[in-house]
Each structure stands twice: as structure tokens, then as C-alpha cells.
Ligand binder design. Structure first.
Ligand code: GLN
Length: 185
């Protein structure tokens, strides 16, 4: 099982290290040729407007959008998988969700919190200027993680989007395993 980590901007090495610890192979994806050697792709946290723009510049935007790869989007990656963020930005729009960027506001730019994850139970979520799911646009989308009443994890077919950073917590590997079990066929 080889994970590609979109290596444009953001938490790239953090994912690579955490994936290796979880027993997976990890490779950086910088151009569309790199997409051929992987079984799944991670779109990491960072700044979603920048990542979207650079994906276009490097010819990755359409290749990712049209690929049959399972994709895990974390934080900015969640924004990029959504159909609308309320901002004017390039979005892959692969999941039937809209998001609210920086949903926790300025007071709580980054924090750690116990959240509830389906089938796993309580896990630690690291949130950094995190988005949350605002609207779910189809019945194909399943809610898999919640922070009180906020939706912080969703799954649809081979796609999974998380508000938080599993690569930054001790128990985040459980989330990778969940993704492999449910999204990688
Ligand atoms: N606030 C960023 C965005 O909306 C996401 C932050 C993150 O990925 N840690 O693009």
C-alpha cells in the first residue's frame, strides 16, 4: 500500500513520517507522473487557496480530479475536496459537501481536543485554523467524526475529509487504517 502525499505546500513530511510509522509506504507527489505509482493520495493541511492555485500551475488539478484514486483530505485538503467554501478559490469539488473555512475563529486558531470518530471511539484531534463541514449535499456522504455538534470528518465512496491533522497525534494512525479499510478498494 503506497500513499502519495501531495507535496506542494503544508504538512507534507509530517504525513510521510506518520504513514511510515503506521506501516505504509509514502511518496511525495509533485507532478502527474507521480500519481501513477500510488494507491491513494493525501491532500495535506496548509493553505487551501495556495495549494489549489499551485495544483493548477503544476498540471495536477485536472489529473487528480479525473483520477480514480482514493483521496484523504486533511484540513486544507478537506476544503479542496468540497464544492464550496464561501471563498473564491479553485476547488476539486469531489465530495458533496460545503465547508466553512477557519470555522473556529481567531480566538481558537489551534488547539487539541478529544473528538468522536466512528467505530474507533474517542481520538485526539489537532485543529489548526480548521474548517468544518457546513452542508451535506447528498445521502452518499457519511459523517464519521464529530466535535460536539460540529462535523469534522466525512466519507463518500473513496474520499475522506477531516478537519483535523491525524499526522500530528499519537492515535492518528487509526484514522489512516480506517481510510484504507473503507476507501481503498
Ligand atoms: N485555514 C486553512 C485553509 O482554509 C486550513 C488550515 C490547515 O490546513 N491547517 O486553507
Amino acid at each position: 500500500m503506497i500513499f502519495g502525499v501531495l507535496a506542494i505546500q503544508g504538512a507534507i513530511e509530517e504525513h510521510e513520517e506518520a504513514l511510515k510509522k503506521a506501516g505504509y509506504e509514502a511518496k511525495k507527489v509533485r507532478n502527474k507522473e507521480d500519481l501513477k505509482d500510488i494507491d491513494a493520495l493525501i491532500i495535506p493541511g496548509g493553505e487551501s487557496t495556495t495549494i489549489g492555485k499551485l495544483m493548477k500551475k503544476y498540471g495536477l488539478f485536472e489529473s487528480i480530479k479525473n483520477s480514480s484514486l482514493p483521496i484523504l483530505g486533511t484540513c486544507a485538503g478537506m476544503v479542496l475536496l468540497s464544492k464550496d467554501s464561501g471563498y473564491k478559490q479553485d476547488l476539486l469539488g469531489l465530495m458533496d459537501i460545503t465547508v466553512k473555512r477557519n470555522a473556529y475563529g481567531r480566538q481558537r486558531e489551534s488547539f487539541e481536543k478529544e473528538i468522536y470518530f466512528k467505530d474507533i471511539g474517542k481520538i485526539y484531534g489537532v485543529f489548526i485554523r480548521a474548517p468544518v463541514v457546513d452542508k451535506i449535499l447528498s445521502d452518499d456522504v457519511e459523517v464519521i467524526a464529530k466535535d460536539d455538534d460540529k462535523i469534522v470528518g466525512v466519507m463518500q465512496d473513496r474520499y475522506m475529509a477531516l478537519s483535523f491533522h491525524p499526522e500530528l497525534s499519537e492515535d492518528g494512525y487509526k484514522v489512516y487504517k480506517y481510510f484504507v479499510k473503507h476507501c481503498v478498494k
